[in-house]
Design a binder for this molecule. Sequence first.
Ligand SMILES: [Zn+2]
Length: 283
Amino acid sequence: MFSIPQPPQISETSLVEGCPIVQLHDSDLDIENLLSMLYDFMEYSALPSAHGGVSLLKIATMLRLGWKYEFKNFWNEGLHFLSHDYPDTLEGWDALYQNEFNGINSRLIDNVLFKIRNVSMTLDVIALAYEMGIKSVVPAFYMFLLRYHGGSLAELQGAFESGRRWATFALPETVLESLLHGREKIHDALVELPLGWLHSGTFPTKFEGCTSPKTCDAALSTVVLTVLRESVGSKMRFFTKKQSATELTKDFCKECASAVLTLHHEGRGALWRLLPEFFGLNE
Ligand SMILES: [Zn+2]
């Protein structure tokens, strides 16, 4: 902080009790947040996530001033809050979202439902991530919108526009374009990766371990027809929901079901790794 360039001459009158005055050019709110967090640490420590009580404005201060003044603890803490609910791995995504409506973790469910209602807050998170160059959390943000608001293109665009009206931070103009572009790319890749086994021609009739080829051939046809009839939005669940594999495998023999689970899991992982490219984050 003391290495920030200052006016060339510090006169005696600019001293306060013998100490020089350091001029800061940060917003009043960022400085207020910084001081409150420095002197009232309990206000934000020991809270489990960004949605457990810490406002996004304070997280923004942690990141902005933590980076600018090299307050590493602030930066790390801000990053932790931000990435907690928007993981950068498929395992993290599954751990957070796969049990959303199973009644297993009511506190988490509350958080998820809270977020469903708050597109504007999610847009603020993404605006902050872009501002601070933290692209690792961005794909999960996009996936969150596609998962909960992407039933149809009109629904997705409506949720986005209404969320943007209530957002606090300025969102880059390219975000909606990236979201829609990614949606199309994911749909194509979904058919090739997590669902590629449906049309590869090698499964299940040529799967050596199959114990009931006729039943599994019929099951394959049923699943193909089911997937064909799905809209783009509802088909997205075969990627965003880990347990969608259960829906796909329920009519197969045990051996084929196990093979499908493996292929589906590998395909989801491969697709997840492509998300930064699909959303234009590698440019
Ligand atoms: Zn089989």
